[in-house]
Design a protein around this ligand. Structure first.
Ligand SMILES: *Cc1c(COP(=O)(O)O)cnc(C)c1O
Length: 356
C-alpha cells in the first residue's frame, strides 16, 4: 500500500510516473534493457536527456540566455561550484543566511573566495526572511546568494532583495513551484530530490554571460558542462529519466505558475487547520514568511508530538517528524504530494486535537 509521504527529501514521486518506470524497467524503448543499462551515447538515452533539458527550460520559464546543466553532487556541490565559477580574483559575494542551508552555502563558499553574510537570521532563530531593506550588499559584489525556501526552518523568501547585484539562488525545496524573475539571476540551482526526481543530481541554470573559463578540474566547470550538454561524463541517467517524466506532468499542470497555485492551495489548507485549532497547533515562523513547501508546526508538548507522530504513522502518514536538529513536526507538500494527502492530514489533526 502507498502511504501519504510528507518526507522532506527524498520526496514522494507521482504514482503514474512510478508505474510507467516500472513498465519500462526491463525493456526501455524496445532496447531490451532498462534505461540504467543502455549507453549514455545511444539515441534512446539522448532523446531522454534532451527532453528533460527542454522541459526544465519550459516548465521553469527560463529564457534562452540560460544554459540548463545537469550536474551530480546535489545542491551541496553547487555550494562550491558557484563561487569557484563566478568569483574571479579579488571578487567578493554576499550571502543571505536565513537558515541551515544558507549557512552551509556560505560556509562552503568561504573555502573558495571572499564571501560575507549580507544578512544573518541566527539571532532570531531563523524564523523569518529579511526584508529587502535589511540586506546589506557591499558595493561591487559579484553576486548575492539567497536560499529561496529554507527547508528545515519552513520559511520562504517572498520579496526579492532590492539590489543591482546579480542574484544566485538555491531553490532546492521549491524547484519549479514559483515563477522566477529571471532577469535578476545569474545562477539558479537545486537538488532534484525535493520536488522533482530521485536524488542524484542538481539542475543548474547559468546565464551564458556568467560562464567563464576557470583553472579548475573539468567536472567543476560550468562552461565544460555547457559545452557538452551535460554529457561530459556519464550522467545520472535514471534521475534524468524520471525527472523528465515528472516535468511532463508539471508541464500539463501549467508549469511553474500552475504548480505555484496548486502548492498555495495545499499550504493554505494546512495552515488554515493550524490557525483554526485554537492554539493547539502552532506555527513557529513569521506568518509573512511561511513556506508553502515545508510546513513546520508544534503541539503543546513534546509528549503530544510523539503520540501525534505515532498515530499518524499508524494511519499511513509518514515523514512528519521535524528535522532532527529542531524537533516538532514538519509536513512537506512537494509537487507530487496529492491534495488528498493534505486533506487526510488535516482530518487527523482535527481528531487528534479533540482527543479522538
Ligand atoms: C536539501 C537541500 C540542500 C542539499 O541538497 P543535496 O542535494 O542533498 O545536496 C540544499 N539546499 C536546500 C535548500 C535544501 O533543501
Amino acid at each position: 500500500m502507498r502511504v501519504h509521504n510528507f518526507g522532506a527529501g527524498p520526496c514522494t514521486l507521482p504514482l503514474p510516473v512510478l508505474e510507467e518506470a516500472q513498465r519500462e524497467l526491463l525493456d526501455f524503448a524496445g532496447t531490451g534493457m532498462s534505461v540504467m543499462e543502455i549507453s549514455h551515447r545511444s539515441p534512446e538515452y539522448q532523446a531522454v536527456h534532451e527532453e528533460a533539458i527542454a522541459l526544465a527550460r519550459k516548465v521553469s520559464g527560463a529564457p534562452d540566455d540560460f544554459e540548463v546543466l545537469l550536474v551530480q553532487g546535489g545542491a551541496t556541490l553547487q555550494f562550491a561550484m558557484v563561487p569557484l565559477n563566478l568569483l574571479g580574483k579579488g571578487d567578493q559575494a554576499g550571502y543571505v543566511v536565513a537558515g541551515a542551508w544558507g549557512s552551509k552555502a556560505l560556509g562552503d563558499a568561504a573555502h573558495h573566495g571572499k564571501v560575507y553574510a549580507a544578512w544573518d537570521g541566527a539571532g532570531s532563530n531563523y524564523i523569518r526572511m529579511p526584508t529587502p531593506g535589511e540586506i546589506d550588499v557591499r558595493p561591487g559584489s559579484r553576486y548575492l546568494h539567497v536560499t529561496t525556501n529554507e527547508t528545515m526552518g519552513g520559511i520562504r523568501m517572498v520579496d526579492w532583495p532590492g539590489t543591482d547585484v546579480p542574484l544566485v539562488a538555491d531553490v532546492s525545496s521549491e524547484y519549479f513551484a514559483r515563477p522566477l524573475p529571471w532577469d535578476r539571476f545569474d545562477v539558479v540551482y537545486g537538488g532534484v530530490q525535493k520536488n522533482l526526481a530521485p536524488s542524484g543530481m542538481a539542475v543548474v541554470f547559468v546565464r551564458r554571460t556568467a560562464l567563464a573559463q576557470r583553472d579548475l578540474a573539468s567536472y567543476l566547470r560550468y562552461d565544460v558542462h555547457a559545452a557538452h550538454r551535460s554529457l561530459y561524463n556519464t550522467p545520472p541517467m535514471f534521475s534524468v529519466y524520471l525527472m523528465g517524466m515528472v516535468l511532463r506532468m508539471l508541464d500539463d499542470l501549467g508549469g511553474a505558475a500552475g504548480l505555484e497555485r496548486i502548492s498555495a492551495g495545499k499550504a493554505d489548507l494546512l495552515y488554515g487547520a493550524i490557525d483554526e485549532s485554537g492554539g493547539y497547533y502552532r506555527s513557529p515562523v513569521d506568518e509573512a514568511c511561511r513556506s508553502r513547501m515545508n510546513v513546520v508546526f508544534r503541539l503543546p508538548t513534546e509528549d503530544a508530538e510523539t503520540r501525534f507522530l505515532r498515530g499518524a504513522r499508524e494511519q499511513g502518514m509518514v515523514g512528519l517528524e521535524g528535522h532532527r536538529s529542531v524537533g516538532g513536526c514538519r509536513a512537506s507538500l512537494y509537487a507530487a504530494l496529492p491534495y488528498q494527502s493534505v486533506e487526510a492530514l488535516v482530518e487527523y489533526m482535527g481528531a487528534f486535537s479533540k482527543g479522538c
